[in-house]
Design a protein around this ligand. Structure first.
Ligand code: SF4
Ligand code: SF4
Length: 467
């Protein structure tokens, strides 16, 4: 843009809403939203918080419901253990997740950010509520911040930050219990500090990080730091669903005057949409990367429209094309197609997770060994078995030769018993009748049985003599 073309009304494009003209932090004092969407979001947030804080306490058959122990490479989902050899499921899950995010964002914009992102939930429904409760509305908060450090300011600020720190400590504990499990977390808390010093320092680190994010960094996480937020710019198109201002209906904006015939647009320039915005933007300037789609401005604007007797929905969920053509948001074929793909991807991933076996068996012939000739015209080959038991129980197994008459003879043990959550290795002979072996290399199928029920068939090769 040429300097001469500079237009003060467009100045919002040149800097972040959270930065003043002289480069300082522009602290956002958001007004408490009130309305239909805020009520829906409150219900969802309560459910979300119950799930977040409750999941670490849920156990099924003694197993945590969810565990992401990145330190030891152990993951549990729906009480099923995932080992490094389940990596393919994680790879598929990651690919599905990336496609899901891309498609979801193309169609639904920042719906995730506004409704279910943990940052938004904790910021808007926990920390900001506490702030409103202690420091009052934005005007009181501004006064308090600008005022001297008198008794009122000291106790209000101290109480707020003490509660913020306590909640951050609670979040950090919960977060750590997703990594270590609730039992280990209880041990860290109850046993002498010296026995878990590094983990305790981790806990302190997480607490200070959460405190820093929710007490000071706040909306900058969404507008500047979050990579998903940064991605929006390349994923949005003209048909993406957004929280959008209907400029066709709203402009030219102007103050509402009672009992005066209105020849302006419907926007009464009340600034309520700006006052409630947690990222401090004016949605009337058009689609902006800083908008997290929280719907607070929709509620605020609907409230004002009802007050002055104009139709609601001046700010609403709409696409840019929809606003330009004056249409309501439609469930277009593209949205239907993408939603269908998202649904199928979710089902595939879910099926993969549920169908995952709790025992993984791999069998291979001992390398460098040929066949051995045995009495009674029999041949034997030596095999190794590596078996991963991902369950919390000891499991007895049996091997049987499936495609020949033959037997399996274990070496060094009488029974295959797998220890819980363990990797076991066994060596065994497969003994077959020589007359059945017609070739040098023969397909061999070994059935794996648990309590007489076949759970898997493993294929290998049986070596015979040259013919
Ligand atoms: S513009 Fe509206 S939807 Fe976007 S962040 Fe601000 S209040 Fe939320
Ligand atoms: S809340 Fe609605 S009417 Fe008021 S300034 Fe915003 S868009 Fe205009």
């Amino acid at each position: 843009m040429e300097y001469d073309d500079y237009n003060e009304e467009d100045s919002f494009r040149n800097r972040l809403s959270t930065v003043t003209e002289d480069g300082k932090r522009n602290w956002v004092y958001a007004l408490k939203p009130n309305g239909k969407f805020y009520n829906y979001r409150t219900v969802l947030a309560i459910f979300y918080l119950l799930v977040f804080f409750g999941i670490p306490f849920i156990k099924v058959n003694g197993m945590p419901f969810v565990l992401f122990n990145v330190l030891e490479g152990k993951f549990i989902l729906f009480s099923k253990i995932f080992w490094p050899n389940d990596f393919y499921i994680f790879a598929i899950a990651m690919i599905t997740f990336i496609i899901f995010i891309a498609l979801f964002t193309v169609v639904y914009g920042r719906l995730f950010c506004g409704w279910v992102c943990p940052q938004t939930i904790f910021m808007e429904f926990v920390f900001r509520k506490i702030e409103w409760w202690i420091e009052g509305n934005p005007a009181s908060q501004r006064l308090l911040d600008k005022g001297d450090w008198n008794f009122t300011k000291i106790w209000k600020k101290s109480l707020k930050h003490l509660i913020f720190l306590t909640i951050s400590f609670l979040i950090a504990n919960t977060f750590l219990s997703y990594i270590l499990g609730i039992d280990r977390l209880v041990r860290i808390i109850t046993e002498p500090l010296s026995e878990h010093l590094s983990l305790f320092l981790g806990l302190v680190g997480f607490t200070l990080t959460f405190y820093g994010v929710f007490a000071f960094v706040r909306e900058i996480v969404c507008t500047t730091i979050c990579p998903y937020g940064r991605l929006q710019g390349v994923l949005f198109d003209q048909d993406t669903m957004l929280v959008a201002y209907d400029y066709k209906r709203g402009e030219p904006r102007g103050r509402f005057k009672k009992n005066v015939q209105r020849d302006l647009g419907d926007c009464i320039d009340c600034y309520q949409c700006v006052n409630v915005c947690p990222t401090g933007i004016d949605i009337r300037n058009g689609t902006q990367l800083d908008c997290v789609g929280c719907t607070a401005c929709m509620d605020a604007c609907d409230f004002m429209m009802e007050k002055v007797g104009l139709p609601t929905g001046l700010i609403r969920y709409a696409s840019e094309n929809g606003i330009a053509k004056g249409e309501k948001l439609k469930f277009t074929p593209r949205i239907k197609a993408y939603s269908f793909i998202l649904f199928v991807l979710s089902i595939v991933l879910f099926a993969l997770l549920l169908s995952r076996k709790s025992i993984d068996v791999s069998i291979s012939r001992v390398s460098g060994q040929l066949f051995q000739e045995l009495p009674d015209n029999k041949l034997s080959n030596l095999f190794n078995a590596k078996i991963i038991n991902k369950s919390k129980e000891e499991i007895p197994l049996q091997f049987k030769v499936e495609n020949y008459k033959g037997e399996v003879k274990l070496i060094g043990t009488h029974a295959l018993t797998l220890k819980k959550e363990d990797i076991s290795t066994f060596t065994f002979f497969v003994i077959l009748d020589r007359k059945e072996i017609k070739k040098r290399s023969n397909e061999l199928k070994i059935g794996v049985y648990q309590n007489g029920k076949k759970i898997q068939t493993v294929e290998s090769k049986f070596l015979g003599p040259f013919q």
